[in-house]
Design a protein around this ligand. Structure first.
Ligand SMILES: O=C(O)C(=O)[C@H](O)CO
Ligand SMILES: [Mg+2]
Length: 269
């Protein structure tokens, strides 16, 4: 089986955020990820990780005005100073938490502008951020997100993400391949895993059932099969990343919390 990280922004909604670390460790997770650490002091989060023997494997850079609907700053012309400050803040947390990956959300296409118009801003911002991150050995993730969950998001497809990586030209910028989004936008998920993992340009995977974004064993994707594909391809190409469990528990909510819905994780292959 691949290595799984608990996404503490989505899993364990029945607990306060800081109590989710202990719950994840108790359920056998060795690693966690979550959206944003910024509401907490880095030392408070580092203490939770240490207390429960967990690694932090991913979090997101500040995305702009999240409550106001913003979903990242990277593609927004005129917001470069804010983007740079956001990366600075993310890298300070990454250092304090020993986290090797930061997800840099692309952002929504500004009114009246198309992809081609904002692409130079996106590429220039990522080049600058990649050089900053490289100094402390951090990799930056870019994630294609489906257009139903986030209409107007700049980055939607795996091929688009890999073309942008080529333009950015920095080895520490990689794709966060979320199989939930990939299935909704593109499908053919197993073949995409076979194609993209061996390129060395996928830095992180994430999973959820499709279409409701519940447990991986609810919905149209056969994750038991896909985990076999990931294991097989990883053995061939040496991919050794983590898979973030980024779903809203449904089974657990009905019967005993998130832990009760983790049968898919503990099932022998
Ligand atoms: O929504 C996702 O799939 C993510 O991974 C982002 O970090 C948050 O939108
Ligand atoms: Mg995701």
């Amino acid at each position: 089986m691949p290595r799984f990280a608990a996404n503490l922004s989505m899993l364990y909604p029945e607990l306060d955020f800081l109590d989710r670390f202990e719950a994840a460790a108790r359920d056998g997770f060795a690693a966690v990820e979550y959206l944003f650490p910024y509401a907490y002091e880095p030392r408070e989060l580092a203490a939770r990780l240490a207390a429960h023997g967990l690694q932090q494997v991913l979090f997101n850079a500040p995305p702009g005005n999240w409550d106001g609907g913003e979903k990242g700053l990277a593609c927004l012309p005129g917001r470069e100073p804010e983007f740079r400050a956001a990366i600075g803040s993310a890298l300070r947390y990454a250092e304090a938490l020993g986290c090797p990956r930061v997800h840099v959300m692309a952002g929504l296409l500004p009114q009246g502008l198309d992809r081609a118009a904002v692409q130079p801003t996106y590429v220039a911002n990522l080049r600058w951020a990649a050089a900053e991150a490289a100094r402390q050995n951090v990799a930056l993730m870019i994630e294609p997100i489906n257009t139903r969950d986030i209409p107007g998001f700049f980055l939607n497809r795996q091929d688009q993400a890999h073309q942008l990586l080529a333009q950015v030209g920095a080895p520490n910028v990689k794709v966060q391949m979320d199989l939930y989004h990939c299935q909704i936008v593109e499908g053919d998920v197993a073949m995409k895993i076979r194609h993209y993992l061996p390129t060395g340009r996928v830095g992180h995977l994430q999973i959820a059932g499709v279409p409701e974004r519940h447990e991986p064993d609810i919905g149209e994707l056969n994750y038991a099969y896909l985990f076999g594909v990931i294991d097989e391809v990883s053995a061939q190409c040496g991919w050794d990343g983590w898979i973030g469990c980024e779903y809203r528990p449904a089974r657990g909510a009905l019967a005993g919390g998130t832990s009760a819905g983790l049968g898919w994780l503990n099932r022998p292959a």
